[in-house]
Ligand binder design. Structure first.
Ligand SMILES: Nc1ncnc2c1ncn2[C@@H]1O[C@H](COP(=O)(O)OP(=O)(O)OP(=O)(O)O)[C@@H](O)[C@H]1O
Length: 264
């Protein structure tokens, strides 16, 4: 006789096999909470202007899934990413992380999203590299002299995790970031954000300007990353991204967002 033990996934809790077989007749159920990243009725009008760029935008993305926003140029996609990353504030509405019980009921009051919880990789991130070696580029802004040993060890382990999760472990950290190939520059841009352990990673056109090989390389990397972090992408490259996408939204002109399948 075998019994199924069903385990549902939790935030920050790895369950490699979701169904385990046991020699018993009793059915055991172990279940856990999950989180969703939520945009609730957000509108945005830039200060000093008369019309909204975004109007009543709502979106809900389950943790460790991959969301994609597509739409015409000028519809408001990049503006939405900037609000999500905390670079501008919504005129109305809220952006938060909501925990749910496994029966779907909200667990507690939502936590308002803050810039530390979100990593953003802009279009052509390599244009913003400042340092002349990879280590300085990734650790830019970290405490230099004052940090004690425990903090330094903690930062070093985060650095190691971020570097290896984007497949840069084999590359010398002394290397000039500008000498990397196009695909590796994108890996570095992702590592810079991952080192902050964000809850959400937002990427604006991650494949733009890359050759076919680097594009395939970045898609493969994103497939691996989505196991570890929630990802929201703005992209025109729908065909190449399709296999990764769990949920998709169409940004219509006038900044109105609707959940729609990819138009392939
Ligand atoms: N600060 C601002 N003040 C006034 N208008 C703005 C401001 N920022 C963006 N816009 C306008 O808002 C609209 C949406 O811009 P946004 O860059 O978000 O579009 P997008 O969908 O990301 O376009 P693309 O795909 O070309 O990047 C555009 O018409 C843009 O000119």
């Amino acid at each position: 006789m075998t019994t199924s033990l069903s385990l549902s996934c939790s935030f920050g809790f790895e369950v490699p096999n979701s169904r385990l077989k046991f020699r018993d007749t009793r059915s055991l159920k172990v279940s856990c909470d999950y989180s969703r990243f939520e945009i609730r009725d957000v509108s945005y009008r830039p200060p000093g202007t008369q019309s909204n760029i975004l109007s009543g935008v709502s979106l809900s993305l389950t943790e460790r899934s991959f969301g994609l926003i597509f739409g015409r140029s000028g519809s408001g996609k990049s503006t939405l990413l900037q609000l999500i990353a905390g670079l501008s504030k919504p005129t109305s509405g809220s952006i938060c992380i909501q925990r749910y019980r496994d029966d779907g009921s909200p667990h507690q009051s939502p936590i308002l999203s803050s810039p530390e919880r979100v990593g953003i990789v802009f279009q052509f991130p390599e244009r913003y590299f400042l340092a002349d070696n990879i280590l300085d580029e990734v650790t830019f802004g970290w405490p230099r002299q004052k940090a004690g040993l425990p903090l330094k060890e903690h930062l070093a382990s985060r650095l190691q995790r971020a570097i290896s999760s984007v497949g840069l472990s084999g590359i010398s950290l002394d290397k000039d970031p500008r000498s990397l190939s196009g695909g590796y520059k994108r890996r570095l841009a992702l590592a810079i954000q991952l080192v902050q352990s964000p809850d959400l990673l937002v990427l604006d056109e991650p494949l733009a300007g890359l050759d076919w090989k680097a594009r395939a390389d970045v898609v493969k990397l994103l497939k691996n990353l989505k196991e570890k972090v929630t990802i929201l992408v703005v992209s025109h490259d729908l065909q190449e991204m399709a296999a990764l996408v769990d949920q998709s939204w169409h940004m219509h002109m006038g900044g109105m967002l609707k959940e729609e399948p990819l138009p392939l």
